[in-house]
Design a protein around this ligand. Structure first.
Ligand code: DGY
Length: 438
């Protein structure tokens, strides 16, 4: 029998970390973050990302929570997605945040800016959802639940996914290159990523401009009534590489689900779209001179210049040509760039904007250096898919260490491993899934 080590997390024992106990801790956290709501005469349940800092339901967070729930309770994972699907709009959009408790949102400015509510900050105005969406991880989440035994969920979820991915293809691809566009950086999930500094005209350390200029885009979107035609007529939109990698990977998952459900037309549509999007990614976003992918901004598709996590993410795609994957791998495993003591930093170590912390001059600006378990989880799979089991295993080990030392935190300092984000954070439990995917 092993005994707990003083000062360490509960799953640390004198015999080292026990994976079973870490799994249990993950389950306990998702359970503790669970909210149950009675609405329209029925009960809904979902996990908030973190009770202190994120008291609502977020789209990609719920996708990740459902994936981890598939390890121990697929039925609970299905509920996580059902509560999100409830809010799908007639045009297919699934909002990025659901305010199940609108009172919690009222006093903050961003829920008003990111929703279509007419009266802005007027008392009594309580948005229910935002008008944005988030990286489309939902087909993967559904697939994981189905493979874990929730076979009946397929018939319920597939029509929702069908409408959602068709919405993205029809409404979010103004230049018809099969890559989808986001209308503000906060839609990418990578809020203050340095990949957007150039587009919003902010220097790497100019906190004021980073905050004001990014929110200015939201003010313009709000004034345009979230009318996509008007928004795409401006130059603020972007084809983000994390979003589009997830888009392509999830189209493949959608195709597999459609085949499983006996829907060959949907499967063929999703496969074709994935192939076209990958082609465009290679033609437009790949920089052969630098050996990295870069975000494309505006209708002129101006390439972002900063080396950020987005530049590496296409490694996730199994159909990426081997020579391209090799170039990405060289950057990923370079100790001066992305292979920090605790990889993978969200911004390369040698970028002027790189920061160890999630705060700059006391202001919280996330995704400017610290690493996160969700991007580690994607890159871990990318390494495995491209035959790099050695690096994949190192990444899984470092990720587990981060969680053992710092708990399930939102972000970690990529050099020292110290936790630098919200505590008890849902998607950090992906570290457990990473251990089972080795
Ligand atoms: C965000 O801030 O957009 C996240 O998804 C919440 O974790």
């Amino acid at each position: 029998m092993s005994t707990a080590v003083a000062g360490k997390k509960p799953w640390m024992t004198d015999a080292g970390p026990t994976l079973g106990a870490m799994r249990e801790a993950a389950r306990a956290l998702l359970q503790a973050n669970t909210e149950s709501v009675e609405y329209e005469g029925r009960s809904w349940r979902y996990s908030v990302p973190s009770t202190g800092s994120y008291p609502h339901q977020w789209l990609w967070d719920s996708g990740f929570h459902a994936i981890v729930w598939s390890l121990f309770d697929p039925a609970r994972g299905c509920d996580e997605l059902r509560s999100l699907f409830r809010w799908q709009r007639p045009n297919g959009l699934i909002p990025h945040v659901i305010f199940w408790h609108p009172k919690r949102a009222y006093l903050h400015i961003w829920p008003h800016l990111e929703s279509t509510d007419r009266w802005g900050l007027r008392p009594g105005n309580r948005p229910r959802t935002t008008a944005l969406t988030q990286p489309p991880v939902l087909a993967t989440a559904v697939e994981r639940l189905v493979l874990a035994g929730a076979e009946d969920f397929l018939a319920e979820a597939l029509p929702v996914l069908d409408r959602y991915y068709h919405y993205l293809a029809a409404e979010r691809d103004p230049d018809r290159d099969a890559l989808i566009s986001t209308i503000v950086q906060f839609e990418t999930g990578l809020d203050f990523s340095s990949a957007y500094d150039q587009a919003i005209g902010a220097g790497p350390r100019s906190v004021f401009k980073l905050v004001v200029n990014s929110r200015r885009v939201e003010i313009r979107n709000k004034l345009a009534g979230y009318d996509l035609r008007r928004i795409f007529a401006r130059e603020d939109h972007a084809e983000d590489l994390l979003v589009n990698t997830i888009w392509i990977d999830n189209l493949k998952a959608l195709a597999r689900l459609a085949r499983r459900a006996g829907q060959p037309d949907l499967a063929a549509w999703a496969e074709t779209k994935a192939t076209q999007a990958l082609q465009s990614l290679l033609e437009r976003a790949w920089d052969p001179a630098r050996g990295l992918f870069f975000n494309l901004v505006g209708s002129g598709e101006i390439r972002a210049r900063a080396k950020t996590i987005q530049c590496l993410l296409p490694l996730l795609l199994e159909d990426l040509p081997a020579d391209v994957a090799e170039r990405l791998l060289a950057h990923l495993t370079d100790r001066r760039e992305f292979w920090s003591p605790y990889p993978v930093p969200s911004v390369a170590l040698d970028e002027p904007s790189y920061s160890d912390d999630s705060h700059i001059h006391g202001i919280r600006l996330i995704w400017r250096g610290p690493c996160s378990m969700n991007t580690n989880w994607f890159l871990h799979q990318g390494l495995l898919r491209h035959g790099e089991a050695g690096y994949a295993s190192q990444l899984a080990d470092r990720s587990r260490e981060l969680v053992e030392k710092g708990g399930f935190n939102e972000f970690f300092d990529a050099r020292s491993g110290r936790p630098v984000g919200a505590k008890k954070f849902g998607w950090a439990t992906l570290a457990v899934d990473m251990q089972s995917l080795r």
